[in-house]
Design a binder for this molecule. Structure first.
Ligand SMILES: *Cc1c(COP(=O)(O)O)cnc(C)c1O
Length: 502
């Protein structure tokens, strides 16, 4: 299987090259030229497998230049019971709230307690193997822009991985205290973390521009290094996310709530559009999904896009209590547009160029109707998010984090508006303990909030009885290693200095 660039179809690379490069040199994103297609017999085979078995089958179909032994090794090292707190790294929990049934897909049982672990525990293995296949001997420099969870998950995934160095940039006021503490206390010899003055989009723009600045690329090359990306624009991030949609579907079938072949709806709390796009790929491969419900917070650029066909980032940026979704440029939407436009690289490039120069673009009627027949867009603000957490806990004894609450809220709106009661998989993307303050404000006594982050964790634990994930508990007394803050303009110089070159 080959991979093309969304903005220049004639670019054609292997899976290993797509993963090693992260982004195409023309600035486009790598997409598979053809998708594997699963019949109901294939799905029936997946039913019998455990998560790792399902992952091996699906990854194998996409990574044709990897041997079976290589894929087995990547999967077995990534999804251990030890790292994910049990045999199934992505369990489905049944929940009823406000009379609406949901199958909650919990994706936060990994080492950093957010769904990014699902991809970032396996990406280092895929990437180091890809680099061996494509550019022997070069050291990979992983640059990450994060709105909180990617950074920590990437640091943990790449920590002390031979032949790699990782530098993470995060918006100084755009992450939760727990996220900041998780990153600033990161262990490992090959890691570096720095805050920037600005928001997530500033950090992401900075990283993207470093990736494509030829002077910097040359400087790395002279020193036997090359850039690689762990952001969700890397195909190696998206691919592992396809697996859990198949796995969740199989688990719901195995539970008896649906029959093999029945359609489901999927509701995903969305930021950079990676997670929901993975469910779209799963559908294109044969998973019976009827509607993709795209849930946003107050930064509702995607809601507006789905409803109008106009993507417009020229709007106020809100810092919300679901910071991992505080994004105005959803990078992975580019891949969806490419597919829905009939793989039209010329138009995709025009839209992306307009987005860069004007901050907006409008798609044609064909793409607009493609989007609205498959996707429902909805959003909610912080007050509604907290309200959802409170109601869900009181009515269903299920404690969810702020991001998951956005999905639950929008899913309930969807059911009310449409009356569509199709069984739904609602994606839960973080442990509530990563956002203790907001969650505690929702379910606890607002007038007696503890001051420190870990006192809030304790209070939340006392109030709900829900166990604190071990990786978060372990951070309590860990020493801060990184405390730098720089302006976004200084990111290139910071990278060179950290690498000791230039
Ligand atoms: C990253 C993240 C999201 C958004 O996922 P995308 O793939 O960027 O759309 C949602 N919730 C949490 C907790 C996250 O970390």
């Amino acid at each position: 299987m080959k991979y093309n660039s969304t903005t220049n179809k004639s670019v054609c690379v292997s899976a290993a090259q797509a993963i090693a490069r992260g982004i195409s040199s023309d600035g486009g994103l790598f997409v598979p030229s053809k998708l594997p297609s699963y019949s109901s017999d294939d799905l029936a085979e997946l039913l019998k497998l455990d998560y790792r078995g399902r992952a091996k089958k699906i990854l194998g179909d996409y990574l044709e230049d990897f041997t079976k032994a290589e894929i087995d090794e990547c999967v077995d090292k990534a999804y251990t019971a030890e790292k994910f707190g049990g045999e199934n790294p992505a369990p489905v929990v049944r929940c009823t709230n406000g009379g609406v049934n949901m199958n909650i897909l919990e994706l936060w049982h990994g080492p950093t307690c957010a769904f990014k672990d699902m991809a970032l525990q396996i990406l280092p293995h895929l990437l180091t193997k890809s680099l061996k296949k494509t550019s022997s001997g070069k050291e990979a420099v992983i640059l990450v822009a994060t709105s909180g969870d990617t950074g920590k998950a990437a640091l943990e995934g790449f920590r002390d991985v031979d032949g790699t160095k990782i530098i993470v940039f995060y918006p100084v006021n755009g992450v939760s205290p727990m996220q900041k503490h998780q990153m600033n206390t990161q262990l490992g010899e090959n890691v570096n973390v720095c805050a920037i003055e600005g928001n997530f989009d500033d950090a992401q723009t900075g990283v993207k521009s470093i990736f494509t600045t030829s002077d910097i690329i040359d400087e790395l090359d002279k020193n036997n290094m090359l850039f690689s990306s762990a952001n969700s624009i890397n195909w190696g991030r998206l691919l592992p996310q396809i697996v859990y949609y198949f796995s969740a579907y199989c688990d719901v079938v195995n539970s008896g709530r649906i029959k093999m072949g029945d359609s489901v709806n999927v509701c995903v709390p969305t930021g950079n559009f990676g997670n929901i796009l993975a469910s779209y790929y799963a559908m294109k491969m044969g998973l019976p999904v009827k509607k993709f419900i795209c849930a946003s917070n107050a930064n509702n650029v995607l809601t507006d896009f789905i409803n109008s066909g106009e993507y417009n980032k020229n709007r106020e940026f809100y810092t919300t209590i679901s910071p991992s979704m505080d994004i105005l440029v959803s990078s992975n939407l580019e891949r969806l547009l490419y597919h829905l436009s009939g793989e039209d690289d010329v138009r995709t490039k025009q839209w992306m160029t307009a987005l860069k120069s004007d901050g907006s673009y409008t798609v044609g009627e064909d793409v607009k109707s493609g989007v609205s027949s498959l996707f429902y867009g909805g959003c909610c603000d912080d007050a509604q998010t907290k309200n959802t957490i409170e109601k869900m806990f009181k009515e269903s004894s299920y404690l969810c984090d702020t991001h998951t609450a956005v999905a639950v809220n929008v899913y309930q709106k969807y059911v009310e508006e449409t009356g569509d009661n199709t069984e739904a998989i609602v994606v839960s993307t973080a442990s509530p303990y990563k956002f203790s303050k907001s969650v505690l404000e929702a379910v606890g006594d607002k007038d007696s909030m503890p001051e420190s982050e870990f006192d809030m964790v304790d209070e939340l634990n006392k109030l709900t009885g829900m166990p604190v994930p071990a990786p978060l508990a372990a951070l309590r007394n860990r020493e801060v290693r990184f405390s730098g803050v720089i302006s976004a303009d200084d990111m290139p110089a910071y990278v060179l200095k950290t690498l000791g070159i230039g």
